[in-house]
Design a binder for this molecule. Structure first.
Ligand SMILES: *[C@@H]1O[C@H](CO)[C@@H](O)[C@H](O)[C@H]1NC(C)=O
Ligand SMILES: *[C@@H]1O[C@H](CO)[C@@H](O)[C@H](O)[C@H]1NC(C)=O
Length: 500
């Protein structure tokens, strides 16, 4: 089938140096919310992009662009967070309307995992990228992670017109509800059909969830009680499976009409996958409420995952030409991948052991007893079986080859994976979730020794030994094993040649 290809707007001289929101403004549809942890979205913006929260002392700092209109100063984060862990605590609104995104509160569908019912904050190191060679960090949203603003200013309400775009990682998604960015209920409750208008990305399944062609993921619109790819609530075959590493995703709506568009953020132009009538049954007219969500559904449904780099909400229905110019700007920003690992190198194919560095426990190594991963005292005079139980073969990451997976030496085909926050040794069933749960990204040990092993799929969490059991733990999270005491030592391991 042939998709409508839209000619790119020829950038005028005055827009040559413009940011996305300058382009939207010149098109008569100004940004009323502008969020990015990677760069300024206005040519003149030099204020704060986002705030990070440090695990060791709960101190915060703001990350700004290197210069007005520029890329985030990632070195500020790297320096501030060195020797500790960090979370992204605020994503500032660059539009001047104070539409900042902060930790999402509990909603009708779900209380978040924290004791106050709030969702998780994203780990600050889960989504490193470069923009024209300069390092920046995106927002890697694991399940139960969410940001929200329920007291917005200037966003579309009722049947009011708006445009939304976001740059996502097109390879990071799941079927859970709902990895969204955009307009939602101000109450965090499902207040009925048409009370949301947000970009959704993933393979959303179950009742009320639409599909496009192929097996997904798809860009869809979360309009509440339904993920839509077009007029037909079930399927729009013109909406393709789309999964470039950097994905520009667009949803826009005006009375009686809405559209989905998308493309590769690094090449080519945008295509229109739907532009037509509103669905029936409460979606025409719309009843938008104007709150802003990221990583969750309107009622705080929080089981989805995805990665966000930048996005905006506009006032008014942007023209295709305006959006095409924004796409050219995104391409020119030069998004590219970069290393997810740091610290002492691990070599695929080698066999390693992981020694604890917490004082008084440094004779213990990561081992397993059956499926349970634990720490045990191991030495060169230990029994052969224990030497094997504490030895691991380094493999390329099952979900992502630039990180690693660890195969048990005594149980080939079985890998360390996290399940319900605990490390287990399980047989690789080749499922997407197993591969993701078994992929880990080592970084420089936060206590200055060895490596700290970050979960790829929950990058706010790290291998941690606690009462001789090994978990993926987040500093000061809701679980007992998230206890901040000796956290940095407990998550740092010296990687050495294996015992067996
Ligand atoms: C940080 O704040 C949390 C939540 O108030 C608290 O549980 C934790 O102990 C604090 N951590 C430190 C290192 O002060
Ligand atoms: C290590 O063990 C010694 C002797 O049992 C004890 O006095 C000391 O407090 C322990 N140190 C730490 C850091 O737990």
């Amino acid at each position: 089938m042939v998709y409508k290809t839209v000619l790119a707007l020829t950038a005028t001289a005055s827009l040559a140096a413009a940011g996305p929101c300058d382009i939207y403004a010149s098109g008569g549809t100004p940004c009323v919310a502008a969020h990015s942890t990677t760069r300024a979205l206005y040519n003149g913006y030099s204020g704060s992009l986002y705030q990070v929260l440090r695990g060791s002392d709960n101190a915060t700092t703001d990350i700004r662009p290197l210069s007005a209109g520029g890329v985030a100063n990632a070195a500020t984060q790297d320096n501030f967070c060195a020797g500790s862990t960090c979370l992204i605590s605020i994503i500032y609104d660059q539009s001047g309307r104070n539409n900042h995104l902060t930790q999402a509160p509990p909603g009708g569908a779900a209380r978040g995992p924290n004791s106050n019912g709030f969702d998780y904050l994203a780990g600050a190191f889960g989504a490193p990228v470069t923009l024209n060679g300069q390092k920046a960090y995106g927002v890697f949203s694991s399940p139960f992670t969410g940001y929200r603003n329920n007291n917005p200013s200037g966003t579309a309400k009722g049947d009011g017109a708006e445009g939304l775009y976001a740059v996502f990682d097109g390879t990071h998604y799941n079927t859970g509800c709902c990895f969204d960015y955009g307009n939602a209920e101000t109450s965090s409750l499902d207040t009925g059909n048409g009370h949301m208008e947000a970009i959704y990305f993933g393979t959303g399944d179950g009742s009320g969830r639409g599909t496009g062609s192929g097996s997904g993921p798809w860009i869809m619109a979360d309009l509440e009680n339904g993920l839509f790819t077009g007029f037909d609530p079930i399927n729009n075959p013109a909406n393709p499976t789309i999964s470039p590493r950097f994905l520009t995703a667009i949803v826009k709506g005006q009375p009686g009409n809405w559209a989905i568009r998308g493309g590769d953020s690094t090449s080519g132009s945008l295509s229109t996958f739907y532009n037509g009538a509103r669905p029936n049954n409460g979606y025409n007219p719309m009843s938008k409420e104007g709150a802003i969500i990221l990583g969750i559904g309107g009622d705080n449904s929080d089981s989805a995952q995805g990665t966000f780099y930048e996005g905006v909400m506009t006032s008014g229905f942007p023209s295709d030409a305006t959006e095409n110019a924004v796409q050219q700007n995104i391409k020119a920003a030069g998004y590219a991948t970069t290393s997810l690992t740091s610290g002492p190198a691990l070599n695929v194919g080698s066999r390693v052991s992981f020694r604890v560095t917490t004082p008084n426990f440094t004779n213990r190594y990561i081992a397993h007893t059956g499926a349970q991963v634990n720490t045990q005292v191991v030495s060169s005079s230990s029994a052969a079986a224990l030497k094997q139980q504490s030895s691991w073969t380094v493999r390329a990451g099952l979900a992502l080859s630039s990180c690693f997976s660890f195969e048990s030496v005594d149980s080939p085909g079985q890998f360390i994976r996290h399940a319900n926050y605990q490390l287990m040794v399980n047989t690789n069933d080749n499922s997407k979730i197993f591969h993701e749960d078994a992929t880990f990204c080592p970084q420089t040990g936060v206590n200055g020794q060895g490596n700290t092993i970050r979960s790829w799929s929950y990058p706010a969490r790290y291998w941690r030994h606690y009462n001789s059991i090994v978990y993926i733990a987040g500093n000061s999270g809701p679980h007992e094993f998230d206890n901040p005491a000796v956290f940095n030592d407990d998550i740092s391991f010296v990687v050495s040649p294996s015992f067996a």
